[in-house]
Design a protein around this ligand. Structure first.
Ligand SMILES: *Cc1c(COP(=O)(O)O)cnc(C)c1O
Length: 431
């Protein structure tokens, strides 16, 4: 499989180069030259296959000859090595829980897959040691830290805004050690991101260190997200109509992966892009004009993205045809007040505790179902509610206990390197 740049100003590359470099030299996102069809046998047998077999079959055409089959098999098995249960939230809604991985959020699968690919490339062939540089508002950093821990040939540097991530999120960033360094920036997430962006554009730094990014711009983090939709389908009742799928969206990697799985033949119904107050995509579907904005802080903070990178990939998937896109995809905007109301309703009526991101998806789905009554719905529950204690306390009047998966982090000492919002200081550190 070759990947071309969406800006068409640099040559196509294979999976290895796309993964190691992250973004094309012309600044474009990489996109696969062909959308592979899932083999008919795979779809027929899907319900009886193991998750790792599904993962291998879905990912193999995208990876091509870049990774030996037995290694890819191991990488796939390790990437999906936890549960993805489909649970009911009332009679018309099912939630696919994507938060049973090590950092309790859905980014674990992509981060684990990508880290193992980079580790493989560091050990096979002439890839130089790589530094993964990433800014986080919370979940990305934890998933990347956990996914890359101990991977040889890869060093990880994470910038996070001091005092602006939740306690569990901070523990996930700062207690692992080894090849993971957390830079605690006395600024906002936007400051962290601006520092990282500048580092990627610094030619002097590039001569010193091979930098790559680990957000969903990277094909090795983006493409494995298709697997969630396959896992949902494995558990979907055989005779039931295809589900309407509501995806809580920020940078739009997850939703784009779902549309890709559908284009490959997975029988899913209509898609809903469920957004918080950051709504350039809903506005685009309404008006036909795409206007990036500064991010607005909300309760569903992992979706506070004002200029979603992966939307360009969605447009490519639909040949930049807005009319076609509108038939496949709706979009909705959910306020913080409605997010809290949805957490309360789902809890009181169905005994199910949503996190703020899942609650945005739930609200958008229920509104769609009010217009389309016969449609059974699927939401992606992308994070464990325990990661958002303030919002949960607002609804329940109490906090909920930490799951065992993160409890062990409690007793480990925090290690972070303080950093001012000063590019020269970051550069000095990296040099
Ligand atoms: C990252 C994230 C999202 C948004 O996913 P995108 O692929 O960026 O649209 C939603 N929910 C949670 C919990 C996340 O961490």
């Amino acid at each position: 499989m070759k990947y071309y740049s969406l800006r068409h100003q640099s040559p196509p590359v294979d999976f290895r180069t796309a993964t190691v470099t992250g973004q094309a030299p012309d600044g474009g996102l990489y996109f696969p030259e062909a959308i592979p069809r899932f083999p008919g046998g795979l779809l027929r047998e899907l319900r009886s296959l193991s998750r790792s077999t599904v993962a291998l079959n879905v990912m193999r055409p995208y990876v091509g000859a870049a990774i030996a089959d037995s290694d890819l098999q191991r990488i796939c098995a390790e990437a999906v090595d936890f549960d993805f249960p489909l649970v009911s939230v009332g009679p018309e809604v099912s939630a696919l829980e994507l938060f049973h991985g090590p950092t309790l959020a859905f980014k674990d699968v992509g981060a684990r897959f990508m880290s193992r690919c980079l580790g493989y490339f560091a050990q096979h062939g002439d890839t130089p040691p790589v530094t993964v540089l990433v800014a986080t508002s919370g979940d990305t950093g934890g998933a990347v830290a956990s996914g890359f821990l101990g991977v040889p040939g890869v060093e990880v540097v994470i910038l996070y805004p001091s005092g602006k991530v939740s306690p569990v999120q901070e523990q996930q960033l700062t207690t692992l050690g080894q090849n993971i360094t957390a830079l605690e920036v006395s600024g906002t997430f936007d400051d962290c991101q601006a520092l990282v962006k500048r580092a990627f554009q610094d030619p002097e730094l590039a001569r010193r260190r091979f930098l790559t990014s680990a957000n969903s711009i990277n094909v090795a983090r983006w493409l494995p997200q298709q697997l969630y939709y396959c896992f949902a389908w494995q558990q979907w009742p055989a005779q039931a109509p295809a589900p309407v799928v509501s995806v809580p969206s920020g940078n739009f990697g997850n939703l784009c992966a779902g549309l890709l799985a559908q284009a490959s033949g997975l029988p899913l119904g209509h898609f809903i892009a469920a957004c918080n107050a950051n709504e350039p995509v809903p506005a685009y579907l309404r008006t036909g004009t795409f206007t990036p904005r500064a991010a607005i802080p909300t309760f569903s903070n992992a979706m506070d993205v004002g200029n979603p990178s992966n939307f360009a990939r969605i447009m490519e998937l639909f040949d930049n045809d807005l009319g076609r896109l509108r038939t496949a995809l709706s979009a909705d905007t959910v306020s913080d007040a409605d997010t809290v109301a949805a957490i309360r309703t789902a809890w009181e009526e169905h005994g199910y505790l949503l996190d703020p991101h899942g609650a945005v998806a739930y609200t958008a789905l229920r509104r769609y179902q009010a217009q389309h009554p016969a449609a059974p719905g699927l939401i992606l529950a992308t994070a464990h509610p325990v990661k958002f204690p303030n919002v949960i306390e607002l609804v329940l009047g109490r906090t909920i206990p930490l799951p065992a998966a993160v409890q062990h982090l409690q007793d480990r000492p925090k290690r972070s390197v303080p950093l001012a919002v000063d590019y020269e200081q970051l550069k000095a550190y990296l040099m």
